[in-house]
Design a protein around this ligand. Structure first.
Ligand SMILES: Cc1ncc(COP(=O)(O)O)c(C=O)c1O
Length: 481
C-alpha cells in the first residue's frame, strides 16, 4: 500500500512539473524568416502614399535593383548595436573594444558569404560605402599606369566601366543580339592585348543576365590577367562563391553594396587577394592607414587598414553583417525559385500586351536574376513610368540605368545617333522601363502592375489621339501655307 501511495505521489509530481513547464512563459524564440513570411519583416511596405488622384495606397516596389528597403531585423540590429557605440580601432574603452570586435568579426562573415574560409589568409575584406566606391578604390590601387589595359564587357554598369576607363586603356567584349556576353570575344581580346585586369558583372542591372564569371576567370588567368567581379546585383539574389571548380576559376576580387541586400545605405565590401592588395594602395589617404608618419616619410599599413582611410562606418558594417545572416536564413534556393516565378509571370504578362518589347531572352530565363526591361511603341516610357508612379503607386526605373552603352545596344541605337541626344531632356532621350524584384514581392503585385500598365498605356494613347486630332483640326483650319 505504502509503495502504491509513493508511486502515485511520484506520478503526481511528474504531472505537475510537466504542466508547469508547458504553462511557463517559454523563452521567446524568434520566428524563422522564410520566403513565405519575409514580407512581414520588410520595413515600410504598408506605408500609405497619396496618389495624384487623392487616393491612398502602399507602394508596389519594383525598383529593388536600385536599392532595397531595409529588413526589420537589420534595422533592430543597427539600433541595438548603437547602444554599444564606440570608436573603432582607435579608442580605449569597453564600448570601443566591443564595437571594434564586431567590426573586425564581420570580415569573417563576409568571407564565408562568398564561399571563402575565414581561417585562410589568401583573401582580405575591406569595407567600402558601396560598389562604386569599392571599384574606384580597387582601380585606383591596381592601375599603375595609363597604359595598363583593362578588359570590360559592354554589359557593365558605369561603376564598373568609368572607374577603369578614366584611369587606363580599355578594351570591351561585345554582347550578342539578346544582350549576353560573348565569351569568344573575351578570349579574342585577351589574345590580342596585354590585358592586366578583366572586370565583369556577376549580374546585369539591365537584363539580369548572370555571365559565367568562373569561365571568364579561367580565361583571364590563362592569359595572365586578374579578374574583378562586380557583385552589386548578385548578392541579394543568388549564392555566390568566389571559388570555382578549379583554382584557375577563382575570382580575384569581388565588390558589393549592402543597400541592395536589405540593409540601409552605407555598407559595402571588397574581397580581394591579400598579397595583391598588400602590394598596392588606393589614392585615398588619411588616418587609420598609417603605421608611422614622419616629417619626411610615411609608413603605411597593409590591407585592410590601407584601404580604409578615415573613421569607419560602424552602422554600415553592422547592417551588412545582419543582412548576410538574414539572406542566409531565408536561403538562396528559395529566393531564386521565388524570383524565377515572378520573372516568368512578368515576362509572359508583358509579352501578352500589344506593342510591348521585352529586352533580352524571354524564353530561357535560367541565367537571369529578377530584372525585366521593356518599352512600348504606344507611349513615351518616361511618361508611362511617371504616370504609374503618380496614379498607381508603382515604383520602377526608367532610362538607361547607368549602363548606357549596353542599353543603346539593346535599343539598337548606334553611337553617332546617341550623340544627338546631348543636351536633350529625359523625355526626348530614349530609355526603357525596368522592373526589378525583391524577396518580398508577390505574384498579386505583378498582376496589379500589368493591369496598371495597360490602363496607363490606354490613357496616354487616348491623350495622344486627342492631341493628334487637335493638330489635324488646326492644320485644316489654319493651314501654314
Ligand atoms: C551592376 C551594378 N554595379 C554597380 C552598381 C553601383 O552600385 P552602388 O550605387 O551601390 O555603388 C550598381 C547599382 O545599381 C549595379 O547595378
Amino acid at each position: 500500500m505504502k509503495k502504491l501511495i509513493r508511486n502515485l505521489m511520484i506520478l503526481l509530481t511528474v504531472f505537475c512539473l510537466l504542466t508547469a513547464a508547458s504553462a511557463a512563459p517559454a523563452e521567446e524564440e524568434a520566428e524563422k524568416v522564410t520566403i513565405e513570411n519575409v514580407r512581414e519583416y520588410i520595413v515600410g511596405l504598408d506605408e500609405p502614399l497619396t496618389l495624384k488622384d487623392g487616393t491612398q495606397r502602399p507602394m508596389i516596389n519594383f525598383d529593388n535593383a536600385a536599392t532595397t528597403p531595409a529588413m526589420k531585423q537589420v534595422m533592430d540590429e543597427v539600433n541595438e548595436k548603437l547602444l554599444m557605440y564606440g570608436s573603432i580601432g582607435r579608442g580605449f574603452s569597453l564600448k570601443s573594444n566591443y564595437s571594434t570586435d564586431i567590426y573586425q568579426a564581420t570580415r569573417d562573415k563576409v568571407l564565408s558569404f562568398v564561399g571563402l574560409d575565414p581561417k585562410e589568409y589568401t583573401y582580405t575584406v575591406f569595407y567600402v560605402n558601396n560598389t562604386t566606391d569599392g571599384l574606384n578604390k580597387l582601380a585606383s590601387a591596381l592601375i599603375e599606369s595609363s597604359d595598363d589595359v583593362v578588359l570590360a564587357t559592354r554589359m557593365e554598369h558605369h561603376a564598373n566601366d568609368l572607374s577603369w576607363r578614366e584611369r587606363c586603356k580599355m578594351v570591351y567584349a561585345e554582347v550578342d543580339d539578346q544582350g549576353r556576353v560573348i565569351y569568344d570575344d573575351i578570349e579574342r581580346l585577351l589574345k590580342e592585348n596585354n590585358v592586366k585586369i578583366v572586370t565583369v558583372t556577376a549580374a546585369s542591372n539591365v537584363t539580369g543576365y548572370m555571365p559565367d564569371v568562373h569561365r571568364i576567370a579561367k580565361l583571364a588567368h590563362q592569359y595572365g590577367a586578374m579578374i574583378v567581379v562586380d557583385g552589386a546585383q548578385i548578392v541579394a539574389h543568388r549564392a555566390f562563391s568566389m571559388l570555382g571548380e578549379t583554382p584557375e576559376e577563382n575570382i580575384d576580387f569581388f565588390v558589393f553594396s549592402a543597400h541592395k541586400m536589405y540593409s540601409p545605405y552605407g555598407g559595402g565590401a571588397v574581397i580581394g587577394l591579400t598579397d595583391v592588395l598588400d602590394q598596392h594602395m588606393p589614392a585615398f589617404y588619411g588616418g587609420g592607414t598609417v603605421q608611422l608618419v614622419m616629417d619626411s616619410k610615411v609608413i603605411y599599413k597593409d590591407a585592410p587598414a590601407a584601404y580604409e582611410a578615415g573613421s569607419p562606418n560602424y552602422p554600415g558594417v553592422v547592417g551588412l553583417g545582419k543582412a548576410i545572416d538574414m539572406l542566409t536564413e531565408i536561403g538562396f534556393d528559395s529566393i531564386a525559385e521565388h524570383e524565377k516565378a515572378l520573372t516568368r509571370r512578368m515576362v509572359d504578362g508583358l509579352k501578352a500586351i500589344e506593342n510591348i518589347r521585352v529586352f533580352g531572352d524571354t524564353e530561357n530565363l535560367d541565367d537571369r536574376v529578377g530584372v525585366v526591361t521593356f518599352d512600348t511603341s504606344d507611349a513615351n516610357t518616361l511618361e508611362l513610368a511617371t504616370r504609374m508612379a503618380d496614379y498607381d503607386g508603382v515604383a520602377t526605373r526608367r532610362g538607361a540605368f547607368c549602363a548606357h552603352p549596353y542599353v543603346w545596344r539593346l535599343l539598337g541605337i548606334p553611337d553617332n545617333e546617341v550623340e544627338s541626344f546631348e543636351g536633350c531632356d529625359d523625355y526626348k532621350t530614349p530609355g526603357m522601363i525596368r522592373v526589378s524584384f525583391g524577396i518580398y514581392n508577390t505574384e498579386e503585385e505583378v498582376d496589379e502592375f500589368l493591369e496598371a500598365l495597360k490602363k496607363e498605356i490606354g490613357e496616354i494613347k487616348a491623350h495622344n489621339a486627342e492631341l493628334d486630332a487637335k493638330s489635324l483640326w488646326d492644320d485644316i483650319m489654319f493651314p501654314s501655307y
